[in-house]
Each structure stands twice: as C-alpha cells, then as structure tokens.
Design a protein around this ligand. Sequence first.
Ligand SMILES: [Zn+2]
Length: 472
Amino acid sequence: MNKNSINKGFRFWLAFYAGRFSVFLCRLFRLSGTSLPGAVALRICPQLLFYLASAYEKIIAVTGTNGKTTTTNLITYYLRQAGVPVIGNGEGANMITGVVTALIKDCNFFGAAQSRTVVLEVDEGSVGKILPAVKPDLIVVTNYFRDQLDRYSELDHIITLLRNTIDGLPETELLLNADDPLVVAVGRGRPAVRYYGVEVEKDCKEPEKNEIREGGFCPECGELLVYNYYHYGQLGDYRCTKCSFKRPEADFVALDVDDSDLLHFTLHVQNKNSSIDLHSQLRGFYNVYNILAASAAALIISIPEQSIEASLPDYSTATGRLEQFIYHGRLCTLALIKNPIGVNEVMKTILPQEGKKAFLIAINDLAGDGKDVSWLWDADFEKLNHPMISKVVCSGRRAAEMAVRLKYAGLATSKIVLEPGCRESLDVLGLQQVDQYYILASYTSLFNYAKLLRKMGKAVAKDADQGLPSLS
Ligand SMILES: [Zn+2]
C-alpha cells in the first residue's frame, strides 16, 4: 500500500484538530489527557486510527494480561537508545482512545507524524478494534491470567478474540511466550511465529501451594497438561499426553537466571547461536519475561545485540513497577497490583527481603481498576500473616473489603488499620517504626500515591520518565 496516497478527507481533519484542541485543553486544565482527546476525535471520525497509523513505517503491538506496560516501555526504550524515532502509549492508556491520543500527540500541527516507529500496548479486550486498524508488523503476547473479570467474562473469549483478529492479519509476525500454553494456542497454524521462553535446570521448581493455574488443559484436545516444571502460574515446560501439543522450542531463550536481587540472565538467540548478557535494574522473576520479550522484539526489528546489552542496565522502572522512594527516612517500595498472579509474584519478590515491614494496600474499584474486586480472594494474602509484618493499612474505595480479606487470611485485627483516604493512609504508614514500607496499589490509586511520595519523600531510582507519555 502506498501509505502516503491515502486521501484523508474533511472528517479526518476535523477529528484531528478537535483532538489537538482537546490535548491543549487537557494541558490547560491539568487533566491527565491520555484518552480524552482520542475519544473526542473518534466520535467525529471512527476510522481515524487507520489514517493515523498509515503514516508509520513499523508498528509493534504488545498484548496479554501482565507485563504489557513494562514490555512496551522497554521496547520503546531500546529503539530510542538505538536512535530510532519512536512513540508509544506507555503508562497503560491501552484502549483505542489512548492509542489515538498518543498518535495525535505525535503529529505536528499539519498532521505529519514525527516518529517512524510505534510501539503500542494493547488492552486484551481492545485487540479487535486496534489491531485491524493499525496492521502491526509484529505482535508480542506476554501471558494470559485471570484479570478484571467484569470486563472479560473468561480467558477463552479473549484468546478467541485475538485468534480471530490475527486471522485477518496474515502478514503480521507473532512473538509468543512459549512457556504459556494459552499464548501458544494463539499461534497454532500460523507460519510466522517466533517464541521466547525461560529454561531452567531439571531440578527446578515444584508448584507452590495456592499457586493459580489457568492453562491446565490442552488447547488441542482438552486433556490435562503434564509439566516438567513450573515457573509460576501455568508458565513452564508442559506437554499433552494424548496429542502432540507441547511447549514449542524457543527462538529466544533466557538461561542462568539470577533473580536473587537485580535481575541478570543470558539471552540465547537460537538461529544465530549467539548470546547476550543482560543486567537489569528490575527485580522479580516475572520481569525476566518482560525483559526477554522486549529484547526479542528489539532483535526481530534489527536492533543490534550490542545496543540491547549496553542500554538495558540504565533502564529503570515505570511508575509502580516496584518503584522505590525514601519516605520518613525509610525505603518505601510502590507496586501495582491488579490480579492474583500479580499480587503473588510481587509478594514473592518483596517478602524475602530482610527487616520489619509495614504494608499499605490501596484498592479502588473504578473502571481502570476493574469494578469487580473478587480477585482479592484468590490472591495469596495469607503470606502477609508473618511475624516480621507489623501493620497493614487498608486504603482506597474498597479498603473495608481488603481488611475483611486480611482477617480471613489470619492477620490479627491489631495489625490491620482501615484508612480509606490516600494522604491519611500514607500518614498512618509513616508512623510505623519498621525497617521498610511497602505500598501495593490498584491502578487508579497507584498514581496518587506516586505523586504524594514524590512530593513528601524522594525517589530513589533515577526518574522513570524517559520521554514516555506520562499520566500526570
Ligand atoms: Zn492434547
């Protein structure tokens, strides 16, 4: 397609300038403005995304349940470090209105795109609207876990939606997580599929009690899958005993993973038989997948291995992906939580750290969080029933439900404080005489805490803003 030949017409320009004007108004009134301009523009021209996306040379989309934001931001970062003009919709404005807003902001006053490449985080429920319009060159799928049940009745529906969507995109290449049978099912029968995965020594890891597994059954024949090992959730080395479905061999393999503190592992590229040594400022085993997916995507679009190896150590986290602050003279770690698997992985990362701890858990139930908070009952909050945890402050619109959940988890009532207000709850946390503070917050409350902590405390890591669009 000769992309420049598209005749945009009057509706496009009306929508475009309405969107630009909304961006200006949002700035004027200090509104977040990551979705509203797109919503206004789409009302005028529903095909706007198709027109805007046609201006770019390369489009990469990232979808899945967990790790989308980190993976998207890291791909964007790699490209920028390699000198490629790139934009993305980082920070999670990942529905069609957020994508359109990001592209409108990338245009100059005359409607010409400033970047050449786009890296898009795409909400699992929005793939049917976004992907056909932007026709990505590469789609990266992270994993599928139970998430925000009010928007997606079940995982089957999301996976079918993505499969049907990519059926209409025969030229798009897929980069899939080999360790997740649900993700692998998306690519069945497609020619251009590449896989990434984490490989471990044979003796590893028995599933933990209470670990959640969604992918227990073979997507081909329905038989129960058998595992050689699990990493977490349903991620691991699996095979079906009845048919030929099994974990595909990965093209990009993480080896020798050290997740005891800051992550370090070797990325082996099978077809080139080469390896790169990856050191990251990120923590937590789940981030191995994000780094692996982003590095593999960057390699596929021809970013040199040396550039990836050299730039990763300077990449620090986006808001809430275990961002650290100093608050009342103590280290305070802020983490986003949005589903049981995420909570369990965050707790696995922070609980082994030494010293007395106090927690603040902030749960909202606005659209961005997911209105159904019943997932709190599936997360392993029993782990907070620990002698080194002296206090848990429950906050947010669903503070009371969180407190009840902790009672059922066996915490003494003397350890639970109910304080729905954002600033007030932070004040209570600051009174606790412990070694470290931890704040686990759902999406809409996360940015309020981050803002307050920046004001009252100070950020420890380098500022996360690498020129990515910000929510605040
Ligand atoms: Zn089978």
